[in-house]
Design a protein around this ligand. Structure first.
Ligand SMILES: NC(=O)c1ccc[n+]([C@@H]2O[C@H](COP(=O)([O-])OP(=O)(O)OC[C@H]3O[C@@H](n4cnc5c(N)ncnc54)[C@H](OP(=O)(O)O)[C@@H]3O)[C@@H](O)[C@H]2O)c1
Length: 206
């Protein structure tokens, strides 16, 4: 059995991704900022392949998706268990309408590079942040093709693992390469933010 996917943050983005993960046959473990029992109804809706755990247990998964508000990212990540090379998928985005620090306030770093700097030992991959949650909640694939999901990261093996997960849950993974370049393209204000593209089912991505 494949290891469960951990999703830290069970709001609009976390729940949408959790639904796709369980639909693909994988197990998912979820948390929020409160107790796991507060996710009982979410877990019940997702079915037997989903469960809620404390944040530290969810963050101990081999592949952890981070889906919390941007202002929580650094304080939260700094408290999580050591990463020891495990994969951290950064689905977060700086919400420009909240007057939070903008990319130029991050010392020239993309937001995912800030996440990487906070999560020593994690292999950070940026993904799942270009589509609004309302679109993320829709089926990744339809007769029109597979929705494109971009990813970027500095570790080729981690990018490959996340690419496989993206493909398994029904999207068409498009690998943008390094964290700095790919994340700047994906984050709010970047050219790929909000782009809802589809590829035909028989498209070959090289
Ligand atoms: N919404 C979108 O369209 C969209 C699209 C792409 C990317 N994003 C980005 O994705 C991230 C999540 O967005 P969202 O819309 O899903 O937010 P959301 O609906 O507000 O959900 C945030 C989740 O994070 C949890 N959380 C907050 N602090 C936490 C902590 N310390 N430990 C564990 N869980 C914690 C919250 O728990 P509680 O329920 O207990 O508060 C909640 O479950 C944000 O960075 C956002 O910018 C959003």
């Amino acid at each position: 059995m494949a290891a469960p996917i951990g999703i830290v943050g069970s709001g609009a983005v976390g729940r949408a991704l959790a639904a796709h993960v369980v639909a693909s046959g994988r197990h998912v473990v979820l948390c929020n900022s409160r107790s796991p029992v507060t996710l009982d109804s979410v877990v019940e809706n997702l079915g037997p392949k989903a469960s809620a755990l404390e944040t530290s247990a969810v963050a101990a998964a081999d592949l952890v998706v981070l889906a919390v508000p941007w202002h929580m990212v650094v304080p939260l990540v700094e408290q999580l268990p050591p990463w020891h090379g495990r994969i951290l998928v950064d689905a977060t985005a700086q919400a420009s309408h909240l007057r939070l620090p903008q990319p130029h306030d991050l010392g020239g770093l993309s937001s995912s590079e800030v996440v990487q700097a906070s999560a020593a030992g994690a292999r950070v991959v940026k993904a799942f942040c270009t589509l609004p949650a309302s679109v993320l909640a829709l089926p990744p694939a339809s007769a029109a093709g597979r929705r494109v999901m971009f990813l970027s990261g500095d570790d080729a093996e981690a990018r490959s693992a996340v690419s496989s997960l993206i493909d398994d849950i029904g999207y068409a993974a498009v690998d943008l390469g390094s964290l700095s370049t790919g994340s700047a393209l994906q984050q709010p204000g970047g050219p790929l933010a909000g782009l809802d593209l589809r590829l035909p089912h028989d498209a070959v991505i090289e």
